[in-house]
Write a new protein. Structure first.
Length: 218
C-alpha cells in the first residue's frame, strides 16, 4: 500500500488530494511541521531533506511534487491524474512547474524570511516585497481560471480534477495568509470554493483540518 507523508496545510496537499480523488487505498501519514517532526531522525531517515511530501510505494521513496505527480500519473492509469492529450498535458505540467518554482518560493519568502537572512530589518523587507509579488501571482492564477472557463473546462486542465486544481487551492489559501483578500480575485476564489466542495478535496481538507480562508483584514 502506498504511504504519503504530508504536513497539514503544506504543498503536500497536492498529492494528498490527488490520491484521495483516485479512489485507491493509501496510508496518509501526518508530519506535524509546527512541532518540527520533519527534523526528527525517524523522518530524516526517509527524507534527509526534511521536506514533505514523500510518497513511499513498494519501498521506493519519491519526493518533490512534480516527481510524485508524474509517478502517480503513470502508476494510476485511468485515474486522470494528468490530461492524456499531449498539448493539455504539457500545459498542466507548465502550470505545475510555475506554481512550484515561482509562486511557492514567493510564499516561502513571505512566510519564512528568516531562511534568507538573519537581519530582522531585512527580513521585514523581504516579507513586504514577497507579499506584493504574491498578489500579482494570484492575479496570474486567476487568469488561468478565466482561460479554462473560456475553453469550456470544468477544471483548470480540462474535464477532470487534477493536481493543478489542488495546487491552486493551496496557493490561494496561502495567499489569504499573505494579505490577499479573496474578494479581490473573485473568479479565482469562486473556483477555489468549488474545488473545496469536490468530495475528495473536502475529505482531504477535513483530514488536514484546514480553514480555507485565512484572510485577516486587520
Amino acid at each position: 500500500m502506498m504511504q504519503l507523508y504530508f504536513g497539514p496545510g503544506a504543498c503536500s496537499f497536492v498529492p494528498h488530494a490527488v490520491l484521495q480523488a483516485a479512489g485507491i487505498e493509501f496510508e496518509p501519514r501526518m508530519v506535524k511541521l509546527h512541532k518540527g517532526e520533519q527534523n526528527e531522525d525517524a523522518f530524516k531517515a526517509i527524507n534527509p531533506r526534511s521536506q514533505v511530501p514523500v510518497l513511499v510505494d513498494d519501498g521506493e521513496v519519491i519526493t518533490q511534487i512534480l516527481a510524485i505527480v508524474g509517478y502517480l500519473d503513470k502508476k494510476l492509469a485511468g485515474a486522470n491524474v494528468l490530461p492524456t492529450d499531449a498539448v493539455a498535458r504539457a500545459h498542466a505540467i507548465e502550470a505545475l512547474s510555475w506554481m512550484n518554482n515561482t509562486v511557492h518560493p514567493t510564499f516561502t519568502h513571505f512566510f519564512m524570511p528568516f531562511k534568507f537572512t538573519k537581519d530582522e530589518t531585512a527580513q521585514a523587507e523581504i516579507k513586504k516585497f514577497a507579499a506584493v509579488q504574491y498578489k500579482q501571482h494570484m492575479l496570474d492564477l486567476q487568469a488561468l481560471v478565466v482561460r479554462a472557463k473560456a475553453q469550456g473546462h470544468e477544471w483548470l486542465t480540462g474535464a477532470h480534477f487534477g493536481p493543478v486544481d489542488a495546487y491552486a487551492l493551496t496557493l490561494m489559501r496561502w495567499g489569504s495568509m499573505a494579505g490577499v483578500n479573496p474578494t479581490d480575485v473573485p473568479q479565482l476564489w469562486a473556483q477555489i470554493e468549488k474545488t473545496a466542495m469536490h468530495a475528495p478535496v473536502a475529505a482531504t481538507i477535513e483530514r488536514e483540518r484546514l480553514k480555507l480562508n485565512m484572510f485577516n483584514p486587520t
